[in-house]
Design a protein around this ligand. Structure first.
Ligand SMILES: [Zn+2]
Length: 365
């Protein structure tokens, strides 16, 4: 993941590369744009380029090599959801007293610090900003620049106030990257202190074209499915494991169909039975639950007469049959039950039991 493999938004990418080349990169940048436009990937590509040990050129402009130790360590922060989940899990295991003082920070390279919104409020907290203030005082140790990335710039008030001071006068070697869907998500006091850049989402047609080029063997409805599931994020679309997805979806669909038409439980347990073993089973269950959510959303869209918004576009007929068969209350209750199973899994309750319970509760209409 570097500038030359970043797809779309060429003007903004070039602008960043030129700023690096001329050593005029602003010290505080607000990178705004819709979900899926690639804000976080681009922020990491910038962090890599600023710290790459084997700097390359791309059309005469600087770009990261993506293979040196600095690049590799920075890139391992790319799967942000996974890194945050690890950090949250590590915090859960602490004693109460320590847990309160532990902030969620992602640091896969000593000179790059990612400050995600801290759950459960999903806001950046003052403790995280204090860690930044502490960290920013020390010059880079293994790279040339220190980079601080806020993947979602939603701050608690105290945190925003603490950040203002640093935004006024960051050290020469430091760059703060604030990512947000809309510039208006930020307080005016912060907005006025940052340089603004914007990314646009690729259109569905552009995504379809890119996918068709990369996967000429796929049927067109598969391109459309993946483009919709990736929500405009081309990177996600290109790395999407469509085989695993359709396998989970087959089971999820069977669960929904059996639950809504068959009075007999045994067919359901046949499906849930294959979801029992260890870590692999846990991943499989998580995938199944995620697909169930998506199918329920699509069913609701069909009920609301918005078929153009449906993501699982390649299985419209069975989705329509389900939409005719279930009530809004049933969908709501089932969604709640799925959330319960998910939280049970996080607390390591017996997976199969909760999945069986989900299956039988889905039969009560
Ligand atoms: Zn490198």
């Amino acid at each position: 993941m570097n500038f030359r493999t970043f797809i779309g938004n060429e003007a903004t990418v070039r602008q960043l590369q030129e700023a690096v080349a001329s050593d005029r990169l602003p010290h505080a940048i607000l990178l705004s744009g819709p979900r899926g436009a690639g804000k976080y990937s681009l922020a990491l590509a910038l962090a890599q380029t600023l710290n790459c040990l084997d700097l390359q050129t791309d059309h005469g402009l600087p770009d990261a090599c993506d293979v040196c130790p600095n690049c590799v360590r920075i890139a391992s922060a790319l799967d942000l959801d996974a890194r945050v989940a690890e950090a949250v899990e590590a915090r859960e295991e602490l004693r109460d007293a320590d847990r309160k003082d532990t902030r969620i920070l992602i640091q896969t390279h000593p000179d790059v610090l990612v400050l995600p919104p801290d759950p459960p409020q999903m806001l950046v907290k003052v403790g995280q900003v204090r860690s930044l203030i502490h960290n920013i005082q020390r010059a880079p140790s293994e790279g040339r620049r220190k980079i601080y990335i806020f993947p979602k710039s939603a701050f608690m008030n105290e945190a925003a106030n603490a950040l203002l001071k640093i935004l006024e006068e960051p050290p020469e070697y430091a760059h703060l990257l604030l990512l947000a869907e809309n510039p208006s998500d930020l307080l005016p006091t912060i907005r006025s202190r940052v340089s603004k850049m914007r990314l646009e989402q690729l259109s569905r047609t552009q995504m379809d074209e890119i996918l068709a080029k990369r996967h000429p063997d796929w049927k067109p409805d598969r391109h459309a499915l993946v483009a919709r599931l990736a929500e405009g994020a081309i990177g996600r679309a290109l790395s999407f494991d469509v085989e695993a997805y359709t396998a989970s979806r087959k089971d999820a669909l069977l669960l929904l169909q059996t639950a809504t038409t068959e009075p007999d439980h045994s067919a359901l347990f046949h499906v849930t039975e294959t979801y029992r073993a260890g870590a692999e089973g846990q991943q499989k269950t998580q995938n199944l639950l995620r697909v169930l959510y998506l199918l329920l959303e699509d069913i609701m869209l069909l009920q609301a007469r918005q078929p153009e918004m449906v993501r699982n576009i390649d299985i419209l007929p069975p989705l329509r049959r389900l939409a005719d068969n279930v009530s809004f209350e049933w969908i709501e209750r089932t969604t709640r039950r799925i959330a319960e199973v998910e939280s049970g899994m996080r607390r390591n309750l017996l997976r199969s039991l909760s999945l069986d319970a989900l299956a039988s509760s889905m039969q009560q209409r």
